[in-house]
Write a protein that binds this ligand. Sequence first.
Ligand SMILES: [Zn+2]
Length: 70
Amino acid sequence: MNKTPKQTEKTAWKCGKCGGELERGLVKASYLGNDFEVEELKCLNCGIVLITEELALGKMFEVEQSLEDK
Ligand SMILES: [Zn+2]
């Protein structure tokens, strides 16, 4: 029953690599041979994707669960 986590608009996200502006967007990821999309932060300047560990692990856990159900 998890809804979208509350977002903190006050946080100014900057790229740790080039200091560029970050924009939220869907990023394709792959885990255990399964492709899925996660909403993450991407640098508009250099294109690096910042996937938060918490979100990535949570999504991967879901994938593992769905695999076991098959
Ligand atoms: Zn950057």
